[in-house]
Design a protein around this ligand. Structure first.
Ligand SMILES: Nc1ncnc2c1ncn2[C@@H]1O[C@H](COP(=O)(O)OP(=O)(O)OP(=O)(O)O)[C@@H](O)[C@H]1O
Ligand SMILES: [Mg+2]
Length: 341
């Protein structure tokens, strides 16, 4: 670590012992580079200048102050210039790394689209087979029996899987959704009902909706995807014990004045440190073990919320839990009030 004393002697050499300008400038360049490498903030350079001049004047009262200031000005400028150049190079490098990462991300999404298009047909055929046999098996069972109910869940899940693959294709091809007039509370309740089958029964799931009489123009599959992705993540963060609260209401998002649909998903799971929180919406970002998460859930949620011109907010505390807030306009911006596409 470069000490204040070392900085002082470096500058002192330039004033008192060295008449060779080139030598003094090279020395100052090195000082600038070393200060930069040690993350000394740029504004600290001014303090170093002041400190050096004052100390020289104090310890060498025989030296005329004007001479000190004069001899120091070129080397100090050199320190600052070297520092600024190193800083600029670092910023340029960061920018170029960021652009490379974005490029890599978009080509990953592109290959995902190609892959989805490639498997969509075979996948839908398989789903058709699963659904067909589930229906046949259901016909042979008593209405209301446990077995029949399980088969109904299988059938529902296959429909959802078919919708999901259609969404993935639409996402890859950037196709617009098909919004209709919906009752958001029942769409969310359906999604939670579907989800509850796969959640550990020891998890407490609550749903409170305060949206009586509110209708919304949206693609129901999109709203369900948001709910399911947020709840699956919450459940993963809680393991087998915890409280998952879903609320639905109407309120204005921060900075807005008109009421939007407000969905909040809160869990008391392991939470996230800020460095994870910063990256959760990046495609393919996951902290889960290989094979347990693709890191696409939240980037799909983010894509849907952005396409609907909504807002999403997250707050999380390690060891305490996480809360996601999603606000969606009740009517998409492109659809005039009162009209249903
Ligand atoms: N409620 C939450 N509590 C704690 N961490 C969360 C929560 N929600 C998301 N995360 C973190 O964000 C990461 C990204 O989430 P995302 O849904 O995009 O991907 P994933 O769940 O890892 O995989 P996938 O959803 O594709 O199966 C997760 O791996 C996890 O680290
Ligand atoms: Mg997920």
């Amino acid at each position: 670590m470069i000490s204040a004393r070392e900085q002082y002697y470096c500058l002192l050499r330039q004033v008192v012992f060295s008449d060779e300008t080139e030598y003094a400038l090279a020395d100052s360049s090195n000082l600038g580079r070393r200060l930069f490498r040690q993350d000394v903030p740029p504004e600290k350079l001014i303090d170093i200048h002041h400190g050096a001049v004052l100390r020289l004047a104090r310890e060498h009262p025989g030296l005329p102050l004007a001479l000190v200031a004069d001899r120091l000005s070129a080397p100090l400028m050199e320190v600052t210039m070297t520092y600024s150049m190193a800083f600029r190079q670092q910023v340029e490098q960061k920018y170029s790394d960021m652009m490379q990462a974005r490029l890599a991300q978009s080509s990953k999404l592109e290959s995902l689209g190609t892959l989805a298009a490639g498997i969509a047909h075979d996948f839908n055929t398989l789903l058709g087979v699963i659904n067909g046999y589930a229906e046949l098996a259901g016909d042979a069972l008593e209405d209301g029996s446990d077995g029949k109910q399980c088969l109904e869940h299988i059938a529902k899940a296959t429909f959802r899987a078919r919708d999901l693959i259609a969404r993935m294709l639409a996402f890859a091809r950037q196709q617009p959704a098909t919004p209709v007039s919906i009752d958001p509370a029942s769409v969310v309740a359906d999604a939670l009902q579907m989800l509850s089958v796969s959640l550990p029964s020891s998890l407490a799931l609550s749903f409170d909706a305060d949206v009586d009489g509110v209708t919304m123009v949206a693609d129901p599959t999109q709203l369900q995807q948001i709910v399911i992705n947020l709840c699956v993540n919450a459940a993963d963060a809680m393991g087998t014990q915890g409280r998952l609260c879903v609320t639905l209401g109407c309120s204005a998002p921060p900075g807005k004045h008109t009421p939007w649909l407000h969905l909040a998903v809160t869990d008391n799971g392991h939470g996230m440190p800020p460095e994870v929180c910063e990256r959760i919406f990046d495609p393919f970002f996951t902290t889960k073990a290989p094979g347990h998460g693709s890191g696409l859930g939240l980037s799909i949620v983010f894509g849907i919320v952005s396409a609907l011109q909504g807002e999403i907010d997250v707050s999380s505390k390690v060891g305490a839990g996480t809360r996601f807030d999603v606000w969606l306009p009740l009517v998409p911006a492109s659809v005039p009030d009162g009209e249903t596409p």
